[in-house]
Design a protein around this ligand. Structure first.
Ligand code: CP3
Length: 347
């Protein structure tokens, strides 16, 4: 049985600039390894990518957290690295290690990327969305997402996760022309991908720029803000009613410029942004989302309770969506998630 939220459409109201009490809540990585039922489904397929590409299982996994918790949105189960996969890059997820890709670092490997097959390769994600949309009550929106071009480019260039994105920055500085071509390609394919998700039932979109914090201000303007601005402008032209949440993780004080220049409808705040700064500098201009420390959710106990109250009193008076500052950690006890949601819903 799916729980129907106490008052529907709460996420969309907050995204349109209203203060909603209690605030809507969803959690980044709300579907995932911290849930035993996820681990069970994950055990049925050989690889994580196989799960993302299996609409029946991916839809089931998307709905799992909504069966347990009073969440205000579903987020389609997929990954930001599905886009490089759709461009023909070799992408694997190695157990216990993370993603591994055949690096794109020169004109030759860039030339192998092919946008033509992307719609077919992404079709399973659209099928997942259609299933999820059909299974949920109309009041619960489904969030579609993609990685921002910069963040996806870092994985494509590095060949996986990295601690400082140095190879990606090096390519951007050494061969800005090739790097820009990669960014431009990602802008185009990501716009198509998000529009495809809207057609399949997504009514909110989030752009994850997980590595926005690794660029200096000029690089941030050029490779985070500018491509995102282009994407938002095109999305607004095609699907004007669909709000876009930007999540430039680690952007710090540059978050203000990101808000004014990209045109996103709401701003995802990471854990490092102070609550008072969010409420003074961001919330007067834009609905804010965030930013509980995922490690505190893992820890639980009185410090979790206290911080949830502080977050609600700092941000609950304006347009606000309760979330974490980054994704749920796999070791998190599901009871802590239940506790968090009951505290938020008690308002
Ligand atoms: O519930 C949801 O939020 C939807 C699903 C979702 C996943 N990844 C599932 C996933 C979303 C929105 C993402 C986004 C994503 N993926 C980001 C941006 C957000 C962030 O965390 O910064 C990034 C950088 C990735 C790339 C990625 N995917 C990495 C680095 C890893 C390995 C780390 C890990 O946690 O294992 C993944 C794998 C991944 N994506 C898993 C899940 C549930 C775990 C794989 C498994 O279950 O075997």
């Amino acid at each position: 049985m799916l729980r129907v939220p106490t008052s529907g459409k709460r996420l969309l109201s907050a995204l349109s600039g209203q203060s909603v009490s209690p605030p809507p809540i969803w959690l980044m990585r709300q579907a995932g390894r911290y849930l035993p039922e996820y681990r069970e489904v994950r055990g049925k397929v050989a690889s994580f990518l196989d799960l993302c590409l299996n609409p029946e299982l991916a839809a089931d996994v998307t709905l799992q957290p909504l069966r347990r918790f009073d969440l205000d949105a579903a987020i389609v189960f997929s990954d930001i690295l599905i886009v490089p996969y759709a461009l023909g890059q070799k992408v694997e997820f190695i157990e216990g290690e993370g993603p591994r890709l055949e690096p794109v670092r020169d004109a030759r490997s860039f030339a192998l990327l092919d946008r033509a097959r992307a719609p077919d390769l992404l079709a399973p994600v659209y099928a997942t969305l259609e299933r999820v949309r059909a299974a949920l009550p109309p009041a619960i929106p489904v969030i579609g997402f993609c990685g921002a071009p910069w963040t996806v480019a870092t994985y494509m260039i590095e060949g996986g996760g990295s601690k400082d994105q140095a190879e990606a920055r090096l390519l951007a500085y050494r061969d800005p022309e090739l790097f820009q071509r990669l960014i431009d390609l990602l802008v185009e394919v990501s716009i198509d991908y998000l529009l495809g998700q809207v057609s399949a039932g997504a009514s909110v979109l989030q752009i994850f720029d997980s590595w926005a914090g690794s660029l200096p201000d000029d690089g941030f303007a050029r490779w985070c803000v500018e491509p995102t601005r282009t994407m938002v402008r095109r999305l607004k032209a095609e699907v004007p009613g669909v709000p876009v949440i930007g999540f430039p993780r680690g952007a710090g004080v540059l978050t203000e410029a990101y808000v004014t220049e990209t045109g996103v409808d709401a701003i995802g705040c990471d854990t490092s942004l102070p609550l008072s700064w969010i409420s003074d500098r961001l919330q007067p201009h834009i609905p804010v989302q965030g930013n509980l420390d995922p490690v505190l959710l893992l820890a639980g106990g009185p410090s979790l309770d206290r911080r949830v109250e502080e977050t609600l009193s700092a941000l609950g008076g304006g347009p606000f969506i309760f979330n974490l500052g980054h994704g749920i950690l796999p070791q998190t006890p599901p009871e802590h998630v239940a506790r968090l949601i009951s505290l938020v819903k008690r308002g």
